[in-house]
Design a protein around this ligand. Structure first.
Ligand code: COA
Length: 169
């Protein structure tokens, strides 16, 4: 198994590729030029994907804070939230399927939290499928706790959503 180790507290890490080559993983804010690549990744991952136009709009949305993770010049992860006063509401967290389980999601979510805190957020909330054990574990590691459910929230299969919060970012 490959692994990701943070080597820079701000915005980069190193992925140890199978060939032993160190590949830099860089985190930065999403730009309008990223909308196509992010939408392509979204289409691979989510049952109800946002479009390129949706992500393009997010780059112009004053409330939105999005970060992308780039490996060898390719976007392999992205996360975003809307920040309103002290509250951040997570809209997306996603990692390229082939690269999961190596700590990228953890680094990505850490970058998102850093970004929303810089905008003044002191609490963060999101909805997640109860069946999504990987995501729930990730969020719990960042202090989010399940505080309730929205019945039949997901339109594709009628699954409930767990509502998670961390009110002390
Ligand atoms: C959720 C997601 C972003 C996690 O990304 P990742 O790069 O695999 O995350 P990490 O490798 O940093 O792992 C995060 C934690 O989840 C755990 N985890 C990862 N995959 C897991 C799995 N399949 N089952 C159980 N736990 C898992 C890890 O062990 C780790 O916890 P630990 O540090 O305490 O060991 C990724 O699975 C994903 O993109 N899923 C599809 C999109 C999605 O569901 N997004 C969330 C919507 S709310």
């Amino acid at each position: 198994m490959t692994s990701v180790a943070a080597n820079n507290v701000d915005s980069s890490a190193t992925l140890n590729a199978p060939a032993g080559r160190n590949v830099p993983l860089l985190f930065r804010a999403m730009t309008p030029n990223d909308a196509r690549a992010v939408a392509e990744l979204e289409l691979k991952i989510f049952a109800m994907p946002w479009s390129r136009e949706d992500f393009f709009r997010e780059t112009k949305n004053d409330l939105a804070e999005y970060v992308v993770g780039e490996l060898d010049g390719q976007i392999v992860a992205y996360a975003g939230a809307w920040v309103s006063f002290e509250q951040a509401e997570v809209m997306h967290v996603a990692v390229e399927p082939k690269l999961r389980g190596q700590g990228i999601g953890t680094l990505l979510f850490g970058e998102l939290i850093k970004a929303v805190k810089a905008r003044g957020a002191s609490s963060i909330t999101l909805e997640v499928r109860p069946s999504n054990t990987a995501a729930i574990k990730l969020y719990e590691n960042f202090g989010l706790k399940s505080v309730g459910r929205r019945k039949g929230y997901y339109l594709d299969n009628g699954e409930d959503a767990l509502i998670m919060w961390n009110t002390r970012l």
